[in-house]
Design a protein around this ligand. Structure first.
Ligand SMILES: Nc1ncnc2c1ncn2[C@@H]1O[C@H](COP(=O)(O)OP(=O)(O)O)[C@@H](O)[C@H]1O
Ligand SMILES: N[C@@H](CC(=O)OP(=O)(O)O)C(=O)O
Length: 538
């Protein structure tokens, strides 16, 4: 790509309102063959989630993608379409269809495929006006759905769906979504190229070695698939495969963020944009704290902690990949394209080169400030507060028949055997409390508890939440935990467990889930709503 002379990549500069409305007059930008300069422009990778594609496809194809074409080569990465919510979206429907195909005699999956087909045909009909483009998209949708139906019928006959087969089924969601998005862009005068990453992984990897080499291989393979599009805008499936063990098991839902990140790394893009239905990352979940403020810049470490502890704005594996390559991630809102969003940018060099060998130093805080991004490193304050619901606390008290090191070893090997992940931990020599986050598998948990009873007394508390205060500037900040816990005490919020120290930028505690929103609000009110006032006290 063309390197920029300035310490800031170009699109890192705040965008003006005019940017997103550059084509508000309805004239599409033409990326035609004569426009050779287009190939020298830096890449921007834009990822669109399923609900954004379901609800805001007009804005995405009519405004957002086109507004960047005068200055950038754009890659569009799509998740499967969700016309209402993710739970009712195409990926969930596909997973239901796969399950129903395994029920002997069931025809539910045939109805599900038909629903998916009609949903996409309706979207095409509604938004594409050119009859030839519409016809082509309709044919593509019908073909993909016919193949899916035949595949599920075959699976029902052989009564088996392997991880590989599940991937083939799930991949249809992203393919259909890309067909529609590419069709709409073509309809608006933008030439596109549909790219499926479904079969892009040719090398053989072992499920136990999905390490950085694997990700580096993926970013090279994705970039190779994308970079041959010439002047056309690649519209790429967020689904990629074949990942050993299956994408769902190895990466999990929300995999499109990671696909987009790896494409950005492979292309050495100027920026990765993750388009959502929220303005960016806030000081707290804006649906739960009305005074939450939009953060215009945040470090990757903070973004990772927030993502892991409940504010799942992007897939957890995404950050590490782009940050290693020093590529900024910008979170932007499809409902407010001219907003500047939140930029996730490292405040110190990673020391790691990109697969292409570059290691651009990040901008200094002075340069950031000059460009309107207030990552003021001289002030000490927390950055955001987050809650993770649906947490269980597991307490084990040793029966003293084993010494301490054996006690811990047995506990962790048991949890590992049943695939139970631990979020927070607090220990003494004979007692251990663990917060188990997210979606605890009850059946596996029962088995693990049975097994743990041989080493001590075990009890479990459900309906708990982890409350975390996150901030890079909190490091060595005397009194901050005291202030956090006294604020909770004043609000009569009982603290079940405390954890500080594992990560210097996160202080977490476990509280009752029913008090979580109240707790987040009091902490926000006291420690985050007025940062200036807070700093005076320190
Ligand atoms: N600190 C935070 N900043 C922004 N959003 C947050 C935060 N914590 C939780 N959220 C929630 O994360 C969601 C992410 O945006 P959205 O695009 O709506 O989600 P999804 O990707 O699940 O469709 C928002 O609905 C928002 O309420
Ligand atoms: N469609 C996939 C992949 C994805 O990334 O979705 P989204 O970007 O809409 O969260 C899923 O539902 O998990």
């Amino acid at each position: 790509m063309t390197a920029t002379a300035s310490p800031l990549r170009r699109s890192f500069l705040p965008q003006t309102n005019g940017h997103a409305h550059a084509h508000a007059n309805g004239h599409a930008y033409s990326n035609d063959d004569n426009n050779d300069d287009h190939l020298d422009k830096p890449w921007i990778v834009q990822k669109f989630g399923g609900t954004s594609i379901g609800k805001f496809i007009e804005t995405i194809t009519g405004t957002i993608v086109q507004s960047y074409l005068p200055t950038n080569r754009v890659v569009v990465v799509c998740s499967a379409r969700s016309s209402e919510s993710k739970s009712l979206g195409t990926t969930n429907r596909l997973l239901r269809a796969a399950a129903s195909a395994l029920v002997p005699g069931s025809i539910e999956y045939i109805e599900t495929v038909q629903e998916i087909r009609l949903d996409h045909l309706d979207a095409a009909q509604q938004h594409i006006s050119d009859p030839d483009i519409l016809k082509r998209v309709q044919e593509e949708v019908n073909q993909d759905c016919d193949r899916l139906k035949a595949f599920l019928e075959a699976a029902q006959i052989i009564d088996e769906i392997s991880p590989r087969s599940k991937d083939i089924i799930m991949a249809v969601g992203e393919k259909l979504s890309c067909r529609i998005v590419a069709g709409l862009l073509e309809d608006r005068g933008v030439e596109t190229q549909f790219i499926s990453l479904e079969n892009v992984i040719e090398a053989v990897f072992d499920i136990n070695s999905l390490d950085q080499n694997f990700y580096d291989y993926l970013s090279r393979a994705f970039a190779a698939a994308v970079s041959n599009c010439g002047h056309r805008v690649p519209v790429v499936t967020g689904f990629f495969g074949f990942v050993p063990g299956g994408l769902l098991k190895s990466i999990g839902r929300g995999y499109t963020d990671l696909a987009a990140a790896l494409i950005a790394v492979g292309l050495d893009a100027e920026e990765l944009q993750v388009w959502k239905e929220v303005d960016g990352i806030f000081t707290a979940d804006p649906r739960k704290v009305k005074d939450a403020r939009l953060l215009n810049i945040i470090t990757p470490e903070e973004a990772s902690e927030l993502t892991y502890y409940g504010s799942e704005v992007i897939h957890p594996f995404t950050m590490e990949q782009v940050i290693r390559a020093q590529i900024p991630i910008r979170i932007k809102n499809v409902m407010n394209p001219s907003g500047s969003g939140t930029i996730i940018f490292p405040d110190q060099p990673s020391g790691v080169c990109t697969p292409n060998g570059r290691n651009t130093p990040p901008p200094s805080s002075k340069v950031l400030l000059e460009n309107g991004y207030q990552l003021d490193l001289s002030r000490r304050h927390p950055t955001a507060v987050t809650i993770k619901d649906n947490v269980w606390v597991l307490n084990i008290h040793s029966n003293r028949k084993s010494v301490s090191h054996g006690f811990f070893a047995q506990i962790f090997s048991t949890l590992d055997r049943y695939g139970i992940a631990v979020d927070l931990i607090s220990t003494s020599e004979v007692h251990i409390s663990m917060a188990l986050g997210g979606n605890v598998n009850e059946a596996e948990m029962e088995k693990a508890m049975e097994s743990l009873k041989s080493i001590g007394t075990v009890d479990v508390m459900k309906e708990m939440a982890i409350l975390s205060l996150v901030g890079k500037q909190m490091k060595n900040m005397v009194g901050i935990s005291g202030r956090m816990f006294s604020t909770l005490a004043k609000a009569n919020i009982n603290i079940e467990m405390i954890s500080q120290g594992a990560s210097e930028i996160n202080i977490s505690c476990v509280i009752l889930e029913k008090q979580a929103i109240q707790a987040m609000n009091v902490i926000h009110g006291e420690l985050l709503s007025n940062v200036g006032h807070f700093n005076e006290a320190y």
